[in-house]
Design a protein around this ligand. Structure first.
Ligand SMILES: Nc1ncnc2c1ncn2[C@@H]1O[C@H](COP(=O)(O)OP(=O)(O)OP(=O)(O)O)[C@@H](O)[C@H]1O
Ligand SMILES: [Mg+2]
Length: 412
């Protein structure tokens, strides 16, 4: 049977809903709904009603193009409220051979860390296992042993912020099957198996956030969300060249360059700043200077986070850049200079179906959500991915009806 999968990337600049069908070789894109975001800042909902409207429009569009009614979806999550910890779970093995149940119990024990009541667990990801003191084990099922330990990476988010997003998606009559942290969805799309094996960090620079995830030994070891992105570059340009934000955005996309040294000193373009009657000539190097300062700061923050994780020596494959802002010319060289690592940029490829709009680094997260959804259905034993949906029995899904009623009154 063909499986239909749906992902909604609720970004700071756009909401993108994708409907896909899982086929033998790839996921065929059946429906696309891209709408400008409203009511979202730095990855976080700041206006429930307008955000819900933007999400609803995006979902409707994807329904129309695909002819599929959308009831449930995977939804992206980002924002500075996300944080992560590593935790260890230990259990005695009941039989002689380790089975799925033992692994699930070990993960349950890893999640039993003190998490404040105002935080919600988004992902529990296994990083590796130790069996009877022997570490570095990737797949313990079927092994003999008495004592099973799991190293888990636990990602949590502010419960109220997550609830707001769930409400907004609920207002579009869509149930959130699972939230997926932005860089984990993007990482699924842009990283190669070799990179993940060797050690790599994926960096998704969007409009309001920069999302990082580190992979070592084919597992997710560390995740970070920084509350800066392309909108800050635009704001700097608007400020520096004294012009309205939409004009600054246009100029960034048309003439922007991330490296001052990469632009000739004789290159000029024409703008009309505030308070000027006549258009004025701006040196393109001046623009590059403004952009470079901000982008350099973003990579310095990323570097600081990478060092803080303690795994900075474990990234021979370097960094893979994606997200809309990675389209900025010169950004790869600047990243490589600041980080001292090899850097490449990447976008979704090998797509089939309605794909003409999606071949841009801005859609890595959206496409990644579909891949994540397909893997969730497919894998008997989700490895690299998430175990948080192995919830304790009795934990039920939220009743959406009151929320929907409340929103119906808000929407026009
Ligand atoms: N050619 C380009 N040059 C520079 N910046 C660009 C270019 N194209 C897009 N951008 C920037 O990319 C950003 C949008 O990226 P993206 O669509 O990945 O963000 P988002 O997913 O909506 O936001 P976030 O993930 O931060 O919540 C905007 O700031 C936009 O200015
Ligand atoms: Mg994004």
């Amino acid at each position: 049977m063909d499986e239909i999968v749906v992902g909604i990337d609720v970004g700071t600049t756009k909401v993108c809903t994708l409907v896909g069908r899982v086929e033998e070789e790839a996921i065929r894109i059946l429906g696309v709904g891209i709408e400008p975001s409203e009511g979202i800042r730095r990855g976080v909902i700041v206006d429930l009603a307008t955000a819900a409207q933007a999400i609803t429009r995006s979902v409707k569009k994807a329904e129309q193009t695909s002819g599929v009614e959308i009831n449930a979806a995977l939804v992206s999550l980002a924002g500075a409220h996300v944080s992560s910890i590593n935790s260890r779970g230990v259990v005695g093995v009941a039989g002689e051979v380790i089975d799925e149940y033992d692994v699930a119990r070990a993960l349950d024990s890893a999640r039993a860390v003190a998490i404040p009541h105002n935080r919600e667990i988004i992902h529990i990801i296994q990083r590796g296992f130790v069996v009877d003191g022997q570490d570095g084990i990737q797949q313990p099922i079927g092994m003999h042993g008495f004592r099973l330990e799991v190293e888990a990476h636990i990602i949590t988010a502010a419960a109220a912020t997550v609830e707001n997003l769930r409400q907004c998606v609920g207002a579009a009559n869509v149930e959130v099957l699972q939230f997926v942290l932005n860089p984990l969805a993007s990482g699924d799309v842009v990283l190669t198996d070799t990179e993940r094996q060797m050690g790599v960090v994926v960096c998704d620079i969007g409009g309001g956030t920069t999302d990082l995830a580190m992979y070592v030994d084919d597992n997710i070891w560390h995740t970070m969300v920084l509350a800066v992105g392309g909108n800050h570059i635009t704001a700097d340009i608007a400020h520096g060249l004294r012009m309205p934000t939409p004009q600054a955005e246009e100029i960034k996309k048309q003439y922007g360059y991330a490296l001052k040294s990469g632009v000739g000193s004789e290159e000029y373009f024409t703008v009309r700043p505030f308070g000027e009657e006549q258009p004025v000539q701006v040196n393109r190097r001046e623009l590059a200077h403004i952009i470079e300062a901000r982008v350099e700061e973003i990579f310095l923050m990323a570097l600081q986070e990478i060092k803080r994780s303690g795994y900075d020596g474990l990234l021979p494959a370097g960094m893979v850049l994606t997200g809309g802002s990675s389209d900025l010319p010169g950004i790869r060289q600047l990243a490589s200079q600041v980080l001292g690592l090899p850097v490449r940029t990447a976008k979704p490829d090998k797509l089939v179906g309605l794909v003409d709009k999606l071949s841009s680094p801005a859609y890595s997260t959206s496409v990644g959500l579909l891949q994540w959804a397909a893997a969730m259905q497919d894998e008997e034993m989700p490895s690299r991915r998430d175990r948080s949906r192995y919830r304790p029995k009795g934990e039920s899904r939220m009743n959406m009806e009151p929320v929907k009623e409340w929103f119906k009154r808000l929407l026009p």
